[in-house]
Design a protein around this ligand. Structure first.
Ligand code: BYC
Ligand code: FE
Ligand code: FE
Length: 480
């Protein structure tokens, strides 16, 4: 079968010719019941029998790759979809630059690739686990539907990585695929692999911050893996990126609508001081300083996902041609980086300085910097809206060294504005920079479900348009 056509009749929709690959089909069909079991026990809590207005990927063409319909989540068609092959594609970076891409795994890179694919695969179900209790406090049916859309797609991203493991890694791959269903977010014995995926997502502000920041790490990592010389990984990631755009949208507009509602409520009540949190909270909206603290938390947790600023792992991935830079093909340099340098912020004699280091070792720092640029676009638009409503407040991304657990800054204490602090000063002040139990209790008090079609909880503004151009009062989720 041509790889651009999706076989939608078989148990597992795919455009990878599953019908002609009985060994792989058996492996995936053997894994399927365990996946469904995981979805029912660790996926969305409740609502599994509800009809949700979901989009399902049915093609990999640029236009019309998805269809919208009511689906019960356990009946979602989780498929295996690769973006179309690029003819005569060559390896875009490293020591194999310009050689034809690989359709099979080169033996010497097998361990590296397996590790990258397993880490990528581990984050997908982890995020579904983190979000599993949010359905019952959805601020509207529209938002509930978006949550479930993100969840089923993260489930499909797990399928995407499991496909690669089972097709290209034999018995090891089947074992890894099994273990992806056994690790659990926040578990003491068997946690997810990266720390940000063991944190809780306890409320909807956190959910929107997570999809704005952490899904954006997903986007950046997928962009880097889409450059891979291992072509099946590249094609898989390229299609995942098409879905990822919606996750960015949910995060960006979610925070935007919360900030908008807060500013409008302040303006209507005549409250000018954004730091008068008590007065603002009495209006039943989330005060801007609390939103800033959540920003500080989710931004810093997400920066840890880029690994150490200087990393020989990252240098090896790039050299081998199995992970490139963001938009590698658009960059104008030698794509080998043997002589280039890159500026990295480091701690020197107790102070933070920008220092040129070999570019090959600084690829994690570089991808993180590209990520921060991408975040800035959204934050700037939030701030423009705040100013437009006439409130004197700016949401700021904290300094990269603030509240870090991985890399160059993991052993020091740094304020959001970038001052290196003693342990004592940090202990005195960090409570004003990160959400505390009181902030959390207040947010939690607002988390009451709003299930009337077209209605929204009082702390969030309605969206400017519906999903798939549906009217305002559309029934996005039909409860059983
Ligand atoms: N937590 O050389 P280094 C997504 C370990 S999100 C725990 O700096 P490297 C999604 C590291 O493993 C995107 N451990 O690291 C979003 C290494 O251990 P070993 C997910 C960490 O390898 C929302 C040691 O520290 N995809 O898709 O260059 C919803 C030294 O590390 C952490 C990927 O991440 C950490 N944060 O970089 C749903 C792409 N950081 O070897 C989905 C694949 C580092 O000493 N992963 N360590 O035992 C990678 O490219 C890289 O593995 C990393 C780390 C960027 C994660
Ligand atoms: Fe994903
Ligand atoms: Fe995502």
């Amino acid at each position: 079968m041509s790889s651009d056509l999706v076989d939608y009749d078989s148990l597992i929709p795919n455009n990878v010719g599953l019908a002609d690959d009985p060994k792989l089909r058996r492996a995936l069909e053997a894994w399927h019941p365990g996946y469904l079991d995981w979805w029912m026990t660790m996926g969305p809590d409740g609502f599994q029998m509800a009809d949700v207005y979901l989009r399902t990927a049915i093609s990999v063409e640029k236009d019309g790759w998805a269809k919208f319909a009511y689906v019960k989540m356990p009946e979602y068609r989780w498929g295996i979809l690769l973006a179309p092959a690029i003819e005569n594609r060559t390896i875009p970076c490293g020591e194999h630059l310009g050689e034809p891409v690989w359709q099979q795994i080169p033996g010497e890179y097998r361990a590296m690739l397996r590790r990258l694919i397993v880490i990528q695969g581990d984050t997908e179900p982890a995020s579904v686990e983190q979000q599993r209790h949010l359905g019952s406090t959805a601020p509207s049916l529209y938002d509930m539907r978006n949550l479930f859309q993100v969840n089923v797609e993260e489930g499909r991203h797990l399928w995407a990585m499991v496909y690669l493991l089972q097709k290209y890694f034999g018995r090891d791959g089947r074992e890894e695929a099994h273990e992806l269903l056994l690790r659990q977010s926040g578990s003491v014995d068997r946690p997810r692999m990266l720390e940000a995926f063991n944190e809780e997502t306890p409320d909807w502000l956190s959910f929107f911050m997570f999809t704005f920041f952490t899904d954006r790490d997903g986007k950046m990592q997928l962009e880097a893996l889409a450059q891979s010389g291992f072509d099946p990984l590249s094609r898989t990631c390229r299609f995942m990126l098409a879905e990822e755009a919606h996750h960015m949208f949910v995060g960006y507009t979610g925070v935007q609508r919360i900030v908008q509602r807060t500013c409008e409520a302040m303006s209507e009540a005549g409250i000018e001081d954004p730091y008068d949190s008590e007065a603002v909270r009495r209006l039943g909206v989330i005060d801007l300083p609390t939103i800033q603290r959540k920003t500080n938390l989710h931004f810093s947790l997400t920066l840890d996902l880029f690994g150490s600023e200087e990393s020989t792992n990252a240098a090896n991935f790039f050299n081998a041609g199995i992970k490139g830079r963001h938009h590698e093909e658009r960059l104008e340099d030698d794509h080998r980086l043997l002589a280039a340098t890159y500026p990295v912020t480091k701690l020197v004699d107790g102070e933070l300085h920008s220092i040129e280091v070999p570019a090959l070792n600084a690829l994690n720092a570089r991808l993180r910097d590209d990520f921060i640029d991408d975040c800035r676009g959204g934050v700037t638009r939030w701030n423009r809206m705040i100013a437009g409503i006439g409130i004197d407040f700016e949401i700021r991304l904290p300094h990269i060294a603030f509240n870090r657990a991985i890399g160059e800054f993991s052993d020091i204490n740094v304020s959001p504005s970038g001052d290196v602090l003693t342990e004592d000063r940090w202990n005195d002040q960090y409570g004003s920079w990160l959400p505390d139990t009181e902030d959390q209790a207040f947010i939690q008090s607002l988390m009451q479900p709003e299930l009337d079609p077209g209605k929204f909880a009082g702390w969030i503004a309605p969206p400017t348009k519906g999903v798939h151009n549906k009217p305002e009062d559309f029934l996005y989720v039909k409860l059983p």
